[in-house]
Design a protein around this ligand. Structure first.
Ligand code: PRT
Ligand code: ZN
Length: 297
């Protein structure tokens, strides 16, 4: 099925870890939605961009078949599908989104004597990510047996179904609660914006570009502050040295005050009270720090 309308469709997880942050990101990119009665579809009111709310595992398939042009999904889900699909066209990762961070890791019982990767040879490893695990075992030249489970992977060793597990970890609390210790990282993941492998018609391609630019803009404002101050012109070099700025600051002359300047600088969050006090000591005054909501280069 291909999506023949001129509206862009973005697949987003309906409920789960990525659901809230995905919609929040689209809203920060300026999209306004009206929800359908069954809450499975969000109609874009200010741009021809709609959201389809689905299970995360369905997102790669929707992109491959072209029902949706874009999707927000864990890189783990996307890559598992890609490895599992051989040479078939697969969705491309457009932007790493910085939330939903986790790692696919091998864990073994705390009491296990396993100490090196070679010790995994010949063991049974339970996972819901057989393709990612197989790729890693291959790359490490290890021969372990993969036991595919679709849930509750962490209890497999206790049930005697496996000697080790390969599962997603974020805080590590689940491993600890199941008396498992993390042993090796197989894959690092976070939520990504992915695109259908099908070529979009020109109008949709432009819309995709526009949405990507807005998402990039919403992201680049994260944690960025705009610092504004005035200072004697002679203090500029010292002030610039102290600023945790991303780029050289903008410097402006002030009408009728030839010895003074106004300075604006985009700074990282590392801008704290100590920085401001130091700047004041160097002669700056009228210091102001503002949150940056969005940026467009
Ligand atoms: O219903 P649907 O199929 O859509 O949801 P789901 O249950 O398959 O997915 P969900 O919501 O659990 O996860 C969606 C995505 O979030 C995953 O594909 C990952 O990209 C990302 N993510 C980030 C995680 C985690 N962190 C995570 N910790 N997904 C799962 N977990 C699980 C993990 O499997 C383990 O059971 O949380 C447990 C470990 O967490 P810690 O904090 O105890 O280490
Ligand atoms: Zn799922």
């Amino acid at each position: 099925m291909s999506n023949a309308t001129d509206r862009l469709r973005v697949a987003v997880q309906k409920s789960g870890r990525l659901a809230e942050p995905s919609l929040a990101l689209l809203r920060r990119a300026g999209l306004v939605f009206r929800s359908s009665r069954d809450h499975l579809f969000l109609y874009g009111e200010n741009l021809p961009i709609d959201v389809l709310l689905v299970r995360d595992d369905d997102i790669p398939g929707l992109l491959v078949e072209g029902s949706c042009e874009l999707g927000i999904v864990g890189r783990n889900v996307l890559t598992e599908q890609r490895y599992g699909n051989g040479a078939a066209p697969s969705p491309a990762e457009l932007i790493a989104l910085g939330f939903g961070a986790c790692r696919l890791a091998i864990a073994v019982p705390q009491t296990s004597a396993i100490a090196t990767l070679r010790d995994l040879d010949g063991l049974r490893i339970a996972t819901s990510y057989p393709a990612l695990l197989a790729g890693w075992l291959d790359a490490e030249d290890l021969r372990a047996e993969i036991v595919v489970l679709n849930g509750s992977v962490e209890i497999a060793p206790r049930l005697g179904k496996a000697d080790a597990i390969c599962d997603l970890v974020s805080s590590g609390a689940t491993l600890a609660a199941n008396q498992l210790r993390e042993f090796a990282t197989v894959f690092e993941s976070e939520a990504v914006l992915a695109a259908s492998p099908r070529k979009a018609p020109a109008a949709k391609a432009l819309l995709i570009e526009r949405l990507c630019a807005r998402i990039g803009g919403a992201q680049s404002g994260d944690g960025v502050r705009l610092l504004m101050l005035q200072a004697p012109r002679t203090a500029l070099a010292d002030i610039t040295r102290v600023l945790p700025a991303r780029d050289p600051p903008s410097v402006m002359s002030l009408d009728g005050r030839p010895d003074d300047i106004a300075v604006q600088a985009l700074c990282s969050v590392a801008l704290d009270w100590q920085h401001l006090e130091e700047l004041k000591r160097l002669g700056a005054h009228g210091l102001m720090v503002l949150n940056v909501e969005r940026m467009l280069a």
